[in-house]
Every structure is written in C-alpha cells, then in structure tokens.
Design a protein around this ligand. Structure first.
Ligand code: 4NP
Length: 154
C-alpha cells in the first residue's frame, strides 16, 4: 500500500490548516502511524509567513511547537503529491475543486465530514476573533485528526 499523505487546506495557511497539520502529526505519532502531513492555503497573502501568533500559542499550550511552519499556497500538483486533501471549510473546498487537475489522484473532501454530527460543516475561521476561537479550532481539528488516524489504521 502506498504511504498515506495528507494535506490540509484553509484560506491563509496561518490559522486553521497549520493547527490541523500539528494535531494530525501528534495523533499519528501517538498511534505509531507513519504518514506524511502538510498544510496549505487557497490564498497567497501569507506565503512564507509563520503561523498566526495565536495559533502558535494554542499549539504550544498542547505541547507542540509550530513556529517553524511556513505558509504556502495550494497548487494543482498537490493533487498528485497527496493521497488525501481535506478542506477546512466549504469555500476552500470549492476553490480546491476549481484547481483540481482532471487526472488528479488525491481524494478531496470536507474535513469535518469525518466527525460524527459535524458532517457538512466547516472549521470556523478564528482569524478575526479572539483567543477562545483558537481553542475551538484546536478542538475541531483534533477530533478530525483522531478520525483520520482511526481510518488510516484500519
Ligand atoms: P486561516 O485564517 O485560513 O485559518 O489561515 C485566515 C488567515 C488570514 C486571512 C484569512 C483567514 N487573511 O485574510 O489574511
């Protein structure tokens, strides 16, 4: 079986998708699952930027250092590089469908579809809110990361 590789995509790649990347790295490591994990944004405003300080802070509160992550933009080639691409909300899912090459091999879906009771919903963008929003983001992406690990283990 080919090794699973997972790409999380939000808008800026400085809040939600880096936290999803961090949560899945942590959950996979804990489960002894060897997978490739990355994140990207559909927008290009934060290419090369470190995650938002509030995202870094919530990750640190959970024992994870994401200060070395850097923003990048999702690109058509990602549909050949990854086995799974998860959009953090439906706007980003629509934008990913637009850049998906016809022969792209990655599966593309909405992240919270993996979480029972949250199907069809997005991870709320915490960028314009307060610190509490980042705790909600962390909870959401951690639940989704656990669901991904459970699926990939079977
Ligand atoms: P993210 O949050 O998509 O979760 O990384 C955002 C970060 C930056 C912007 C929008 C959303 N922005 O417009 O710059």
């Amino acid at each position: 079986m080919t090794q699973a590789s997972v790409l999380f995509v939000c808008l800026g790649n400085i809040c939600r998708s880096p936290l999803a990347e961090a949560a899945l790295r942590a959950e996979a490591e804990q489960a002894g699952l060897d997978i490739v994990v990355d994140s990207a944004g559909t927008g290009d405003w934060h290419v090369g930027d470190a995650p938002d300080p509030r995202a870094q802070a919530v990750a640190r509160r959970h024992g994870i250092d994401i200060s070395g992550y850097r923003g990048r933009q999702a690109k058509p080639a990602d549909f050949h590089r990854f086995t799974h691409i998860f959009a953090l909300d439906s706007d980003n899912l629509a934008n990913l469908r637009r850049i998906r090459p016809a022969d792209g091999t990655a599966s593309l879906s909405l992240l919270m579809d993996l979480v029972p009771g949250r199907e069809g919903s997005g991870v709320t963008d915490p960028y314009y809110g307060n610190d509490a929003g980042f705790d909600i983001t962390w909870d959401d992406v951690t639940r989704a990361a656990r669901a991904i690990v459970a699926r990939l283990q079977t």
